[in-house]
Design a protein around this ligand. Structure first.
Ligand code: PLP
Length: 406
């Protein structure tokens, strides 16, 4: 392991506490990640010294806040290797980003009878906005099936694509199974039919180097809180030429050029999509989180998580009656499982009493859990600050659950 975990864990104050007089083992990083002191300090500095509304002021503080906000945008642009700051739109998170695209691209591009392709492993956030669009426009949803190992059936996807396909929207990484999807290939196949591609990066952005230009997707969206940044801030990356063509989602201050009662003209990118006072303090926190990740090294983070996944998979697989859902070779450090005859909620509640935080239930992917004939799983999702000792604690906890349910 190349990372100094003792040092890293000291950066995350929340991790070093006891829960029910037991050391906290936080394995719910898929739901939200913890924040390093550097991110907390960046937010505090904004509130303590620099806060003022952005873009509209002529005074010192407003200019400081604006500069910090725009610096954060540049950091994100560099981190995901976008071509321009204009392609980085701040939103409230993944859900807000998908809704924005479903509305704006939908208004521009979707006609009755058109088809939108999703996958069976999508989070509800990447299903419901498209369903709403289909209802508005008389379009149809098509769904890429998931194979038994938790990978997408790419042959079936090829057969779903047709001249009617206008948008393909799939997740980079399954939040429930951990599967990493071949998004460059999915994009290339969609582009051969002139369809636009949206990638839900909520579970992809934090686990490895991203290059949106190499993937060539038209949109990539993610939430700050899943990448060690504050809640309430997220990103919508879109190719500049497409963002220029599609209408804004919300109207209000900051997104206009001129307003009269006869006609309004819109601001240039990315402001056209940032109506109202943006969460500029959250954006600064997100910028600080990116600085932090870059300083640790995203490749080292990926390596550490891979090692942890291998260790945890081996260890949990050795438990009699434990079944893992999602066994692709190509996975992030997320393990969904069930203990034979024991409800996921019961497992989660016992683990909680041992100080171990995991998630239970359908993980906002009801079509996926239905596909596996279950109503939910226990999900342990590891971040780079988790340790092998914490995997051991999970293992011991699961033996205890088995003993109790006998
Ligand atoms: N997409 C995926 C794959 C997710 O895992 C999540 C959250 O768990 C979301 C979308 C929604 O993210 P948010 O609630 O931050 O908008």
């Amino acid at each position: 392991m190349s990372l100094d975990l003792n040092k890293i864990r000291k950066d995350f104050p929340l991790l070093s506490q006891d829960i029910y007089k037991k050391p906290l083992v936080y394995l719910d990083n898929g739901a939200t990640t913890q924040k390093p002191q550097q991110v907390i300090d960046a937010e505090l500095e904004m509130y303590n010294a620099l806060n003022s509304n952005i873009h509209r002021g002529v005074h010192y503080l407003s200019n400081c806040s604006t500069d910090k906000f725009e610096e954060a945008r540049k950091k994100i642009k560099d981190f995901i290797k976008a071509s321009s700051d204009k392609e980085i739109v701040f939103t409230a998170g993944t859900t807000a980003s998908v809704n924005t695209i479903a509305f704006s691209l939908g208004e521009y591009w979707i006609e009755p009878g058109d088809e939108i392709i999703l996958s069976e492993m999508e989070h509800h956030s990447n299903i419901v906005p498209w369903q709403m669009l289909c209802e508005r426009k008389g379009a149809k949803l098509k769904v890429i099936p998931v194979l038994d190992n938790g990978e997408l059936d790419i042959d079936a996807y090829g057969k779903l694509l047709s001249d009617k396909t206008k948008i393909v929207s799939v997740t980079h990484v399954s939040n429930t199974l951990g599967t990493i999807n071949p998004i460059a290939k999915i994009t290339e196949m969609a582009h051969s039919k002139d369809a636009y591609v949206v990638i839900d990066g909520a579970q992809g952005i934090q686990h490895g180097q991203l290059n949106v230009k190499d993937i060539d997707c038209d949109f990539y969206v993610f939430s700050g809180h899943k990448i060690f940044a504050p809640t309430g801030i997220g990103v919508l990356y879109g190719k500049e030429e497409i963002l220029n063509k599609i209408p804004p989602y919300q109207g209000g201050g900051d997104m206009i050029d001129t307003v009269t009662f006869e006609k309004t003209t819109y601001a240039e990118l990315p402001f056209k999509f940032e109506a109202g006072t943006a969460n500029y303090i959250g954006a600064v926190g997100l910028g600080a989180a990116i600085d932090y990740i870059v300083s640790v090294g995203i490749e080292d983070i990926a390596e550490q998580e891979k090692e942890l996944l291998e260790y945890a998979t081996k260890k949990l697989s050795s438990i009699d009656g434990l079944k893992i859902y999602g066994t692709s070779e190509n996975k992030v450090s997320t393990i969904s499982f069930l203990l034979d005859g024991i409800h996921h909620l019961d497992t989660g509640m016992i683990l909680d009493k041992l100080g171990i935080a995991v998630r239970t239930g359908h993980h906002c992917t009801q079509p996926l859990t239905k596909r596996f004939g279950i109503d939910g799983t226990v999900r342990a999702s590891f971040a780079f600050y988790n340790t092998k000792e914490e995997v051991d604690a999970l293992y011991d906890g699961l033996l205890k659950v088995k003993e109790l349910f006998g």
